[in-house]
Design a protein around this ligand. Structure first.
Ligand SMILES: [Zn+2]
Ligand SMILES: [Zn+2]
Length: 119
């Protein structure tokens, strides 16, 4: 599966903050940072756009606070603690959503990050 298609599939788990539909088109951005690749997600229904990023370096090296938070997440499928970051997005000013995979059973799920805690 291509990365953009993979992101599209994962994002279908969340609603558009404007129209509440869950169909997004994903386009890679030329903008990159040392630690992340960026994508633009565009709602197929209302054309609202927001940024999605995927880590290109292990999160424990680039953002130890987030790594610690991921380590404390508990999987909704097997209840084990610990998750790997797949991608994150900021669909609105209040939301920062992390899409993760359970380290124990590989179940994919997402969590709203407590953004302010890291400011
Ligand atoms: Zn929308
Ligand atoms: Zn699990």
């Amino acid at each position: 599966m291509s990365e953009t298609l993979n992101i599209q599939v994962r994002l279908s788990a969340i609603p558009c903050p404007i129209c509440k539909q869950s169909q997004f088109s994903i386009n890679p951005q030329t903008e990159k940072s040392y630690t992340e690749n960026f994508y633009k997600a565009r709602c197929n229904n209302c054309a609202y756009t927001f940024t999605v990023s995927t880590p290109t370096k292990p999160i424990r090296e680039t953002d130890p606070d987030v790594d610690q938070w991921l380590g404390g997440l508990s999987c909704p499928s097997c209840q084990e603690r610990g998750a790997e970051l797949d991608l994150r997005c900021v669909p609105s000013v209040r939301d920062c959503i992390y899409f993760v995979t359970c380290k124990a059973c590989r179940h994919p799920y997402h969590e709203n990050a407590p953004m302010e805690a890291y400011e």
